[in-house]
Design a binder for this molecule. Structure first.
Ligand SMILES: [Zn+2]
Length: 321
């Protein structure tokens, strides 16, 4: 992420009223949201037994990496970790403050380092669930770091996926305590091995990085047009509460609106890059010319815009396999 001067100009912010009647500012920026940096990390109660944990992503632009955990009565199911062992230890400690039940399952919804590099902090003996594509990526990364080539590209580093991890290539359902949990692969989106976790009894869907709430579409390892289809599927599931892997946890109706808003943002970014591509604008020139409109003020727009252009050009040129 490139160093960036703090942007203090007023942004045009939509204000919505959340479930408890308070206004929420539609942004991933904690300060614009009306929060203090010292409010984080924090645990939010989504329903009686479902929580999110939000801690800051590393880098100059402050926004949250968001995890979900479900207290089932017979153990805890966690969806995603944080970006360092210290931060994921913070998540584990936050879970201990809520329940004495042990963590039994950890679903690796995104294999990126900001969600996996802290996995060594999870207790030994937890069962991991992971998409085969993500397992292959993390295996390669662990292998590389053993030979001193790792540590770059935001990969999972030295942590190794345990041999008994459950591989989920399409769908996997299990019961634990009062909940049945559904783990879905909705298609290649942000990483290629993107998993989502549903708590169907409560119509909650944790989408991890398939849903970036008010964060500019980040495409370093994305599949742009397939990502749109994954969002179609997520919306068709008609959850009451959608939870993003980055950005704030929203109340039910707002969470759906923000998912739709993110979907529109992804469409707009793909449309803008496609417009430039169709006019024959070379990629380096397209990076300068791209007009992101209202999305230019979204978190990470300046660093992720050029990456998105390159990735969408690759897909249009048939270079994305
Ligand atoms: Zn991430």
């Amino acid at each position: 992420m490139s160093r960036r001067i703090v942007f203090l100009a007023l942004c045009v912010c939509l204000v919505a009223v959340g479930a408890r009647g308070q206004a929420v500012v539609r942004t991933a920026d904690p300060i614009k949201r009306g929060l203090k940096l010292t409010d984080f990390p924090r645990t939010l109660k989504v329903t009686d037994n479902v929580y999110t944990y939000e801690d800051f992503h590393s880098g100059d632009e402050k926004f949250t990496t968001t995890n979900m955990f479900v207290v089932t009565g017979d153990g805890v199911v966690v969806a995603d970790g944080q970006g360092s062992v210290a931060q994921t230890k913070g998540l584990v400690d936050a879970i201990k403050k809520v329940t004495r039940e042990p963590i039994k399952y950890v679903v690796i919804c995104s294999d990126h380092g900001d969600h996996t590099a802290g996995n060594a902090a999870f207790p030994e003996g937890v069962t991991y669930l992971i998409h085969p594509t993500s397992k292959a990526i993390l295996d390669r990364s662990a292998e590389a770091s053993r030979y001193g080539r790792g540590g770059s590209g935001g990969s999972g580093g030295a942590w190794t996926v345990p041999a008994n991890a459950i591989l989920v290539s399409d769908r996997y359902s299990f019961k634990l305590g009062v909940e049945s949990i559904d783990v879905f692969f909705l298609g290649r989106a942000h990483t290629g091995g993107d998993l989502s976790v549903a708590v169907p009894r409560q119509k909650i869907l944790f989408l991890s990085e398939t849903f970036l709430n008010c964060v500019f579409p980040a495409m370093r390892s994305a599949y742009p047009s397939e990502w749109l289809k994954a969002l179609d599927k997520a919306e068709a599931m008609k959850a009451d509460i959608y939870i993003a892997g980055h950005g704030f946890t929203e109340s039910g109706p707002v969470s759906r609106e923000e998912l739709v808003a993110y979907h529109k943002a992804l469409q707009a970014v793909i449309a803008e890059a496609t417009r430039l591509h169709n006019r024959g604008v070379p990629v380096d020139e397209a990076i300068k010319q791209a007009n992101w409109g209202e999305y230019a003020t979204w978190t990470l727009a300046s660093s992720q815009g050029p990456i998105a252009i390159r990735k969408i050009y690759d897909e249009l040129d048939g270079k994305l396999k």
